[in-house]
Design a protein around this ligand. Structure first.
Ligand SMILES: [Cu+2]
Length: 288
């Protein structure tokens, strides 16, 4: 086991511990307790919650590696007690802290069976709870995600980056020295390349990138890909919501609607999901 996955595991354990600790002191203690052992997280870098009615578990996987105060993009993955995916859910979101509650209206798109892409999830702050009501015919449950536990995990990830990992630290405020157009995904599942359709990355003009995803054997990968991005030193995201579509060629995807509206260090973050795995590829580049 690599140092990084060990740290991730530790981070996961600590967030689970916090979640459990909170659950036993919180109002949902009895329900949480009842089915605690019935569910387990599938993703190492997720914030995990078990529904109050023990029907569903949910995992929140932030696209940028950790939740932030303000707008977030994240995957939300549901499983039922049989550990099956749960497609077709209607989702309602709220943020709560100390008895105050505020409805949230993120964009929700089910991109794979039971995997929902949540965009523009506006968290007022990183304390408190994200409450998700999930329902469809025969299913209704409420999941309470402890955001402080998620934050704790982010700090652990940061620690892993600082001490045990020479990879791409999500919060590093210095740009990398090189800007490759081919990278390994974070967990090493995929080799991912990009090629701007106009021949170079343009400033202030909406344009497209072609993306190629290959597995460790060099074979093209059929996946569901979504794109996000930001300027790490500025703390803001992309001015547009790029869409990713498949092409006639297996393993080749088109990202449309990319726009970079100022010079400096940008990142485009691709989330790549197959039925077997889930990984992220990050392209850094500098606009002069
Ligand atoms: Cu900027």
């Amino acid at each position: 086991m690599s140092a990084r996955s060990l740290f991730r595991l530790l981070a996961l354990c600590s967030s689970l511990f916090l979640l459990t600790a909170c659950a036993t002191t919180g109002p949902q203690s009895s329900a949480q307790h009842e089915c605690e052992g019935a569910f387990a997280p599938h993703y190492a870098d997720s914030v995990f919650a078990i529904g109050q009615d023990c029907q569903l578990s949910g995992e929140l996987v932030p696209a940028s590696g950790e939740l932030v105060a303000g707008a977030n993009t994240a995957d939300l993955i549901f499983h039922n007690r049989q550990d099956a995916d749960v497609p077709g859910l209607s989702l309602e979101f709220a943020w709560a802290k100390n008895g105050t509650r505020q409805a949230l209206n993120p964009d929700v798109q089910e991109v794979m069976s039971g995997l929902y892409l949540i965009r523009n999830l506006q968290l007022p702050e990183l304390q408190g709870q994200l409450i998700v009501k999930a329902s469809k015919s025969g299913v209704a449950d409420t999941l309470v995600f402890d955001l402080a536990a998620g934050m704790q995990q982010g700090q652990m990830d940061q620690m892993a980056h600082d001490h045990g990992d020479h990879g791409h630290g999500m919060q590093d405020m210095t740009p990398p020295e090189t800007f490759p157009t081919t990278v390994q995904s974070e967990d090493g599942a995929f080799t991912v390349s990009y090629s701007p359709v106009p021949g170079r990355v343009l400033m202030n003009q909406i344009h497209s990138w072609e993306i190629t995803v290959r597995d460790q054997n060099g074979d093209p990968v059929r996946a569901v890909v979504t794109a996000d991005g930001d300027m790490p030193q500025h703390g803001h995201g992309l001015p547009t919501r790029p869409e990713v579509s498949t092409t006639e060629q297996t393993g080749v995807y088109l990202v449309e609607g990319l726009k970079f509206h100022m010079p400096g260090w940008w990142r485009v973050i691709l989330t790549i999901r197959t039925m077997e795995t889930h990984d992220r590829a990050i392209f850094d580049f500098m606009l002069p």
